[in-house]
Design a protein around this ligand. Structure first.
Ligand code: KG4
Ligand code: ZN
Length: 335
């Protein structure tokens, strides 16, 4: 059975994992440099790149050991690495290391699109899942709705025309003085607030499947000024309700035209408790499977990269050792 080492270094997480062709995760190790970035209110590319350099060798060694392999000469059948999109310096650290491992162990190298990796996360927790899936991918850098027909065959149905959902969380949190990243704290505060405290307009109400979040932040600021008695928790609850409403509505619109067996969620914002509950309700009403991967599988990890690499190696073969980093690499280019 084929076994692949996955490496992920596109942003602030240094990750390595071993996954086999039955999509069983044999090990998955993640070290984040987030602590170094918090004071700056966002990920600092130079710091992230340097952290990967220091951390990656030990993360790979631990992933191999935890999978029961010899880190000096592991019995693996390939190395999958995120080659984009992401921070160029960070991507280059992962790519250079992956090339060195692949060359010295004499196994194929495969460059994986990070967003395609996220699409594989549900499969790793439910290898027998029913296809096709409608996947909502929402993170700090991306928000998109994808029809995933079978492992590796997918089509983008809609995406944000401005900010990503996580970016909107981070901007509203910054305005509220809640620090970075904004998602977890807004999610927590929203539970204690009144979602009807602010009047926020519904955006993107047409039949299209694109999202928009930048106007929402402005609307939150304006409405909060008009309602000085609204608490921070009320603002958080109102904002979150508007985000979840828009995301859920677009998933429901997509379901009208696309017959799928299930709905899946991925990306950092997939950790959001209200979004998870809302999509679960929608799936139950529609009689669909609902795949809400665990939080560590929703956020950046290397198991999803290894899984996408397995499918790519099987369908398209290996990448060349001249493979370069692609800081910008839309998922549509893989369709
Ligand atoms: O996927 P991710 O870890 O990194 C990338 O952007 O690729 O996503 C991070 C984003 C941040 O914007 C963060 O605020 C958001 O995910 N996030 C959340 C929650 N946890 C993290 N947003 C809403 N609710 C959460 N519980
Ligand atoms: Zn990601």
């Amino acid at each position: 059975m084929s076994v692949i080492l996955g490496i992920e270094t596109s942003c602030d997480d240094t990750a390595a994992a071993v996954v086999d062709e039955a999509y069983v995760v044999r090990s998955s190790v993640i070290e984040s440099s987030l602590d170094q970035h918090v004071v700056f209110g966002g990920v600092v590319p130079e710091l992230a790149g340097r952290a990967h350099l220091v951390t990656l060798p030990r993360v790979v060694e631990r992933a191999l050991e935890q999978a029961g392999l010899d880190p000096r000469r592991p019995a693996i059948d390939g190395v999958a690495v995120t080659s984009g999109p992401g921070l160029v310096g960070s991507l280059l650290v992962g790519l250079s290391a992956a090339k060195a491992y692949a060359a010295s162990w004499d196994v194929p190298l495969v460059g994986v699109n990070h967003l395609e990796g996220h699409l594989f996360a549900p499969l790793l927790e439910a290898p027998d899942l029913r296809w096709p899936l409608l996947t909502l991918l929402v993170s700090g850098g991306h928000s998109m709705l994808v029809l995933h027909e079978s492992p590796g065959r997918h089509r983008v149905l809609g995406e944000t025309i401005d900010d990503a959902a996580g970016e909107a969380y981070d901007k509203v949190a910054r305005w509220l003085g809640l620090g970075y990243p904004g998602g977890p704290v807004i999610d927590r505060l929203a539970k204690e607030g009144d979602a009807a405290a602010l009047t926020l307009p519904k955006s993107m109400t047409g039949p299209g499947l694109d999202f928009s979040f930048s106007g929402l932040k402005t609307a939150v600021v304006r409405s909060a000024e008009k309602h000085p008695n609204a608490t921070t928790a009320d603002v958080a609850a109102s904002f979150q309700a508007a985000v979840v409403e828009q995301l859920t509505r677009k998933v429901a619109v997509a379901l009208r035209d696309h017959e799928v067996a299930g709905i899946a969620l991925g990306g950092g914002v997939a950790a959001n408790s209200a979004l998870r509950a809302s999509l679960n309700d929608l799936a139950a009403r529609e009689g669909l499977d609902c795949h809400l991967p665990s939080l560590t599988m929703c956020t950046d990890n290397a198991a999803m990269i290894a899984a996408a690499g397995l499918a790519q190696l099987r369908d398209d073969g290996p990448s060349l050792l001249s493979l370069s980093a692609r800081p910008s690499w839309p998922l549509e280019e893989l369709e």
